[in-house]
Ligand binder design. Structure first.
Ligand SMILES: Nc1ncnc2c1ncn2[C@@H]1O[C@H](COP(=O)(O)OP(=O)(O)O)[C@@H](O)[C@H]1O
Ligand SMILES: [Mg+2]
Length: 439
């Protein structure tokens, strides 16, 4: 993409309504634009990141054997009356009446709708287990939308739903999502820690929030440092095997949000030097809720002995749009965003320091074409701005590598590569630069 053609409405000033750094940077870098409180348009740069995150989530869900479908954003109120949640959900639900005076709503989540779909089609234990998911916009009319996409009213969520015959099956599905979530966040360059969460009237211990540590997080969290230091991607796990030992290895170490925190246990179980008290951002939540919806909505299956029993269910959410902000909270410096390579909107920012100069144009255009041929996404700054402004802009949008082509360097046959995360710079011939970044 040539910057001269790209729609990148960056801002010079820090917008005053933005209180936290990710919100400020997303607005400054031209990633989002607010349409009304807690509702955003995703501009091209932001949209690229959103899609990359979504794709990692999708690949990991698919690897776990979950099947993607797509449910609508608008749902009929009737199914929520059946489950008993139509009144309970309160003001956070955006209620809509259609032209025939039918009560509709913009879905804040999809337990009812998926149960309704499955109930008509899954009749026997032979059809189980099933794990279904979609990635769809949700609406929750939050009292205080804030922090940009982190607590929006309209937000993109991946939500999966598991259907099993019995508790053992439901636990297997839960464990599968537990392990899959760890990998999903690790692939985005994040360290997300599963923390015991409230199970409400369901009881048991099958509810975990996945939390990343950041000073601007909304919850206070307490955990064992070992959990943060563990390298998830180095583990090889067989998703079809018994995942209980893996899950136990995580859940026996102390990790809790303030809601579930027990200071006495924390001090008894975790040696002082490993005790971490910090702020955290919830980027996912997995939850076993048994037969809560299947019973209320009559989603029954025939078991092996012919009895009609309600489906065992769980739901598993990932805040896809929140993750864009959360990753920035975890990865930025005073000059701007520092994207982990896996979610960066482009791999490389190519800067032509002297647009219009024949040598610079030729060298930069040559590199641009070669990078693209080798499958790299490149944002090519071919504009005629000042060098300082170009550097500042590239730092702000945070692409992993910058390649700088200037008249002085070209005279000695080199271009400069800058690693955005480390700040390290090195000079290489254009060919070596190409080999270095595509090798
Ligand atoms: N208002 C919101 N804006 C952005 N993301 C949200 C919002 N509410 C929830 N999420 C994301 O969706 C995930 C699943 O939601 P859920 O656990 O049902 O929400 P909550 O914890 O707010 O009740 C959360 O872990 C979070 O990452
Ligand atoms: Mg939650």
């Amino acid at each position: 993409m040539r910057l001269s053609q790209f729609f990148l409405p960056t801002l010079k000033e820090v917008p005053s309504e933005a209180q936290i750094v990710s919100h400020q940077l997303m607005l400054r870098a031209g990633m989002i634009r607010q349409s009304s409180a807690g509702i955003y348009s995703w501009l091209p740069l932001g949209h690229r990141v959103l899609r990359k995150i979504e794709q990692i989530v999708r690949e990991e869900q698919d690897a776990a054997g979950a099947q993607e479908l797509l449910m609508p954003t608008i749902q009929p109120a009737d199914i929520w009356r059946e489950s008993g949640r139509y009144d309970d959900y309160g003001k956070e639900m955006l209620r809509i009446t259609d032209r025939h005076d039918r009560d509709m709503l913009y879905g804040p989540t999809n337990e009812e709708l998926i149960t309704e779909i499955v109930k008509g089609s899954i009749k026997s234990y032979r059809d189980l287990p099933k794990l279904l998911y979609h990635i769809q916009w949700k609406f929750r009319d939050e009292v205080r939308p804030r922090f940009g996409v982190m607590r929006g009213r309209e937000f993109l969520m991946k939500d999966s739903y598991s259907f099993d015959l019995d508790f053992q099956g439901a636990r297997r599905a839960y464990n599968k999502m537990f392990v899959t979530y760890l990998r999903t966040y690790a692939r985005m360059g994040l360290k997300a820690i599963p923390m015991k969460a409230d199970t409400g009237p369901i009881g048991g211990d099958l509810s975990h929030e996945f939390i990343i540590l950041a000073d601007t997080g909304e919850s206070q969290v307490f955990c064992d440092r070992d959990l943060i230091e563990h390298d998830v991607l180095a583990d090889t796990v067989d998703l079809e095997g018994d995942l209980q030992p893996t899950v136990d290895a995580w859940t026996t170490r102390y990790a809790a949000t303030d809601e579930m925190h027990d200071q006495t246990r924390f001090e008894a179980e975790v040696p002082t030097e490993r005790r971490v008290t910090a702020r955290g951002i919830e980027v996912g939540h997995i939850f076993y809720f048994g037969t809560k919806y299947s019973r209320a909505m009559g989603a029954m299956v025939a078991s092996q002995d012919g009895a009609q029993i309600p489906l065992e269910m769980g739901s598993y959410g990932i805040g896809v749009s929140r993750l864009v902000g959360a990753i920035i909270e975890a990865s930025h410096d005073e000059n701007g965003i520092v994207w982990p390579a896996q979610v960066a909107p482009f791999d490389i920012g190519l800067i032509n320091l002297k647009s219009g100069d024949a040598d610079c144009d030729r060298a930069a255009a040559g590199l641009y074409a070669s990078f693209k041929l080798s499958g790299k996404d490149v944002l090519y700054d071919d504009t005629d701005g000042r060098a300082g402004a170009k550097f500042a802009n590239m730092d702000l949008i945070g692409l992993p590598f910058q390649v700088v082509v200037g008249p002085r360097g070209l005279k000695s046959g080199v271009v400069e590569i800058k690693n955005r995360a480390t700040g390290q710079r090195y000079e290489l011939s254009p060919d070596s630069a190409l080999a270095h970044l595509t090798g």
